[in-house]
Design a protein around this ligand. Structure first.
Ligand code: 5RP
Length: 262
């Protein structure tokens, strides 16, 4: 691994081998997502607690301070919407020149293994790896399932993650599931846990993140359960405590409860 690639990876996955990525890319297919209408205002109070932000070029350019000192993972796949025919029909939206111009630390794209667009999205990954590796930019593959949420079991996710790693992804983002250790153990690159729809049960989020970390995940890439939370900085601190400080779900939840008392 060349110095540039090592440097970018080290900024994303910290010295303890763990990472907390804040996902804010949802608008690329959802439009103005609830509580993410003003992404520049949303991100500012959360920056002290996260290791990187996952975002599109449009939001980066229009809403983020160029002087910010936080690694950016650029969402570079898209071309679909939640009201369109098929969420899996993605292409690569962003050129390598644009990726370099924006000085990002990594790029991320979705692949839809088992879908009608499996070949297209896996070739998106392979092509992006070819271009990004030439410049030392890591690619994060996102194992997406579109609306077919029932696909999220260890057998399917292990297969999808392994295929992404085989095609050259430097890290893979996937859903937490029962027997998550099987997913992590069969994937030769760091695995990052994706989130999911907002739940009002904080402990359920803290529990699956804790379990994922115990199973060997490198960290998380969470969005809605952070910035749709009633106290986003408290939730971010609680997650950080699990990811980087070895807190249990109960200890992490106490951070949220204490913030509510203050
Ligand atoms: C959207 C994504 C998101 O980054 C990912 O789903 C994480 O966000 P959330 O925790 O809100 O699910 O890839 O396509």
């Amino acid at each position: 691994m060349d110095w540039g690639m090592q440097n970018r990876m080290a900024r994303l996955i910290r010295g303890d081998g763990h990472c907390f990525f804040l996902a804010m890319d949802h608008g690329y297919f959802l439009g103005p997502t609830h509580r993410l209408e003003k992404p520049g205002q949303v991100v500012t109070p959360l920056l002290p607690y996260v290791d990187a932000v996952f975002v599109t070029r449009g939001v980066l350019r229009s809403a983020f301070d160029p002087a910010m000192d936080k690694p950016i993972i650029l969402r570079v796949s898209g071309g679909t919407s939640i009201v369109g025919a098929n969420l899996a029909n993605e292409g690569i939206t962003t050129s390598i020149q644009e990726i370099l111009r924006l000085n990002v630390s990594a790029v991320g794209l979705s692949v839809f293994v088992g879908s009608e667009y499996e070949h297209q999205t896996l070739m998106n990954l392979a092509g992006l790896v070819n271009e990004c590796e030439a410049y030392g930019i890591p690619v994060m593959a996102v194992t997406a399932v579109g609306k077919e949420l029932e696909k999220r079991d260890a057998r399917y996710l292990s297969m999808a993650c392994r295929i992404c790693a085989e095609l050259g992804a430097r890290t893979v983002k996937t859903y937490w599931c029962e027997d998550f250790d099987k997913v992590v153990e069969s994937c030769p690159v760091p695995v990052v846990i994706a989130g999911g729809p907002k739940t009002d049960d904080d402990l359920s989020v803290l529990n699956f993140v804790y379990d994922g970390m115990q199973c060997g995940a490198a960290g998380v890439n969470l969005g809605r359960n952070v910035w749709q939370h009633k106290n986003p900085p408290a939730m971010a601190q609680a997650l950080r405590a699990i990811i980087h400080e070895g807190a249990t779900p109960k200890q992490a939840n106490e951070i949220i409860l204490a913030a509510a008392q203050a």
